[in-house]
Design a protein around this ligand. Structure first.
Ligand SMILES: [Zn+2]
Length: 269
């Protein structure tokens, strides 16, 4: 007989994530481990009722008996994120070298001596993806990824990740984030994020569900007035002064001035 503990089934893990609102039940952080309230060695089964999400800090607090079972059971029934619109933050550390992959497109070599904020995606005057450099040259990202209708699913604010608690499913395993759609259950966000890379395989960056960018199967699509008006594969953008991809719907926003210094800037009307 094998003494190996079987893995927690994916379906149970998803239900646990949903019940815990995608974060540690104590502090809400969206970087977590699955933990049995009653030890697996005792119960010898994986059930949704007995498993919670704990961040590494609160996991260690439990393991070292600083966090009581009573409090864990209370937190399971009253998870920190349950009454919040988004999770608490998880911070990705800054890096001196950051590679950005958008499908098969690459952005590298930002000239941070001249300008500190570079806009990877700039839509109707608003940045959906910014690379920030601090005084010492350390780089962080701000990122706003939406669903096709423009509802924000997750945000990075200078490296701090927060997730919308009203979504169907979010997982962050290894350095890969996946979000699934409520109705279709299909993946609508697939991104790898670490301190030195942001690699986007599938995502929407939509302004009011009308104008924006979509990444799918290696291609970056530019969408204007809900119509595909541009496609990019294999592009390499480096040392662009202001940013990489810009989009402006001049019919809806006639007063926004088109900024210069983008690798690609499309206007639609
Ligand atoms: Zn915690």
């Amino acid at each position: 007989m094998s003494s190996t503990r079987p893995a927690i089934p994916e379906g149970i893990k998803r239900q646990v994530r949903q019940k815990c609102f995608f974060g540690c039940v104590i502090c809400g952080m969206p970087f977590y481990e699955y933990e049995h309230i009653e030890e697996y060695a005792q119960v010898k089964e994986h059930t949704v009722e007995n498993i919670i999400l704990l961040c590494p800090n609160h996991h260690a607090s439990k393991t070292t008996h600083k966090l009581s079972k009573e409090r864990l059971i209370y937190a399971k029934n009253n998870p920190f994120n349950g009454s919040k619109e988004h999770t608490s933050a998880y911070k990705i550390e800054p890096s001196s070298n950051l590679e950005i992959k958008i499908g098969t497109n690459t952005c590298i070599g930002w000239d941070i001596s001249r300008i500190k904020d570079h806009h990877v995606f700039f839509i109707n005057g608003e940045s959906y993806f910014t690379l920030h450099a601090d005084e010492d040259g350390w780089l962080t990202v701000s990122l706003k990824i939406t669903d096709p209708q423009g509802e924000v699913l997750l945000k990075f604010t200078k490296g701090e990740l927060t997730v919308n608690t009203n979504i169907f499913d979010f997982s962050y395993e290894g350095n890969r984030i996946l979000i699934r759609d409520k109705d279709s259950k299909k993946i609508i966000l697939d991104v790898r994020i670490a301190d030195n890379i942001v690699a986007i395989s599938y995502a929407y960056f939509m302004h009011q569900g009308n104008d924006g960018f979509m990444v799918e199967n290696g291609t970056l699509y530019t969408i204007g007035d809900q119509t595909i008006i541009g496609m990019d594969t294999g592009s390499l953008y480096s040392h662009n002064y202001h940013g990489a991809w810009g989009l402006l719907n001049i019919r809806k926003y006639p007063n926004i001035k088109k900024p210069g210094g983008f690798g690609s800037f499309i206007t639609c009307s």
